[in-house]
Design a binder for this molecule. Structure first.
Ligand code: HEM
Length: 405
């Protein structure tokens, strides 16, 4: 069989379009033409059923440290060492062990306990702008939202939120395809965060509290515990995995509703739809558009041979919109009931399925519930600006909105 490289397939460039609508149109027409496309890094998989199956296929593994190497992160440095202990970059028994230990501390009960705090954060952010009738949703609502929540989860005091935010922004650069360019900033932030968390670990060892850090220190399974270096990496991971994703996802949700006023009106009429509305909005405009994988063996995808050693990009954005698996997928409908067995791919799937999905959903539901209760309408108040190509998370750099009737 000839490889996918020899076939006449659509060619896709990262974020070729300026708007999410145009991105959707490009992906839809590529998927209708072929289940696989060629991209600058390797093969791109577009159909829902293929993405779901490949997320569970052991011939593919997660991004691993190859991506850190490709991105130019120096091997053996502090940023490299932290990344080696981040679940998304681990595989096999090491991944399984760390995920089990972290899950034992990051329980559904611990997530649910954050609900009142989360509600108070979004409510205060809305208080600050409500009388103005308009704002840049990114600066006023989305950017400042997740850091206090993650800080509260971990057990960081209120007066360090701004430091946490600064460290998160710098460490997040390590997930870019061109991370090497920012290495000094990344290493500096990682060193400062490590020092701060080291101090916090000592304090919680001496006097445990009801927070994630205390639970991570205490967690023990069959005599196994997290090492001091793993504790630093897990806190760093929570900060990195739970910040940019959530703030960008909220910007995408606000953008989607600002483009669908009739669905906003429906949500205001029927507030009980809020969870379904969030589910549909994160399907429609996901913050994580693509899941990178690495083929350990030859794999046949949609009739094309993808050879061992290929980077395989599972395009969750295209799969979420695949009419072949979800009838009417190209309609934004908050009353949608997905068919039994259909998988939303915004949080991935398989062994790397998002560990924070329930916290993310809680944050997004609280935000949308509060926004829809207080903003009678939600309309664009200027041009939305998306993040430029190169950022690993899709969302907005600026999103002017108004709620004046
Ligand atoms: C709307 C917000 C979020 C989105 C869209 C999102 C999306 C994702 C996706 C797609 C993956 C899998 C990536 C892959 O397989 O290549 C993932 C993994 C992960 N997420 Fe999230 N995430 C969000 C929020 C969070 C939060 C709030 C946390 C924690 C506080 C978190 C923690 C993690 C962790 C630890 C992993 C790695 C799991 C593993 O490899 O075993 N995420 N996330």
């Amino acid at each position: 069989m000839t490889t996918y490289l020899d076939a006449d397939l659509p060619v896709l460039l990262p974020r070729a379009a300026d708007t999410s609508e145009a991105t959707r149109a490009i992906l839809n027409s590529a998927r209708e033409a072929s289940p696989v496309a060629k991209g600058p890094f390797g093969a791109i998989v577009l159909r829902h059923e293929d993405v779901v199956a490949l997320l569970r296929d052991r011939r593919l593994r997660g991004p691993g440290m190859d991506f850190a190497r490709l991105a130019g992160i120096p091997e053996g440095g502090r940023a490299w060492k932290r990344q080696e202990q981040i679940l998304l970059f681990m595989e096999g028994d090491d991944h399984h062990r760390l995920r089990r230990l972290v899950s034992a501390a990051f329980t559904p009960k611990a997530v649910e306990a954050l609900r009142p705090f989360t509600r108070s954060v979004i409510s205060r952010l809305i208080d600050d702008v409500e009388a103005d009738g308009e704002c840049d949703a990114v600066a006023a609502l989305c950017d400042p939202y997740p850091i206090p929540v993650i800080s509260e989860l971990v057990g960081v005091e209120m007066d360090r939120w701004e430091d946490m935010s600064r460290w998160a922004s710098s460490i997040l650069l390590s997930l870019r395809f061109d991370a090497g360019q920012f290495i000094d900033e990344i290493e500096q932030a990682q060193a400062e965060l490590d020092e701060f968390i080291d101090g916090l670990i000592a304090a919680r060892r001496a006097e445990p509290r009801d927070d994630l850090l205390s639970r991570l220190i205490a967690v023990e399974e069959a005599g196994d515990r997290l090492s001091p270096s793993e504790l630093l990496s897990v806190v760093s991971m929570m900060l990195v995995a739970g910040t940019d994703t959530t703030r960008n996802q909220l910007s995408n949700i606000i953008h989607t509703f600002s483009e669908h006023p009739e669905q906003w009106a429906l949500l205001r009429e029927r507030p009980e739809l809020v969870s379904a509305a969030v589910e549909e909005a994160i399907r429609w405009e996901p913050a994580t558009e693509a899941l990178p994988r690495f083929a350990l063996d030859d794999v046949e995808i949609g009739g094309h041979l993808v050879p061992a050693g290929t980077i395989v990009v599972l395009m969750s954005m295209a799969a979420n919109h695949d009419e072949g698996s979800l009838p009417g997928a190209d309609r934004f409908d908050i009353t949608r009931e997905a068919p039994a067995g259909w998988h939303l791919l915004t949080f991935g799937g398989g062994v790397h399925y998002c560990l924070g999905a329930s916290l993310a959903r809680l944050e997004l539901v609280e935000a949308v519930a509060e926004l829809s209760a207080r903003f009678p309408v939600l309309r664009p108040a200027g041009d939305a600006v998306r993040h430029p190509t190169g950022s690993p998370i899709a969302g907005y750099a600026s999103l002017p909105i108004t709620w004046r009737p």
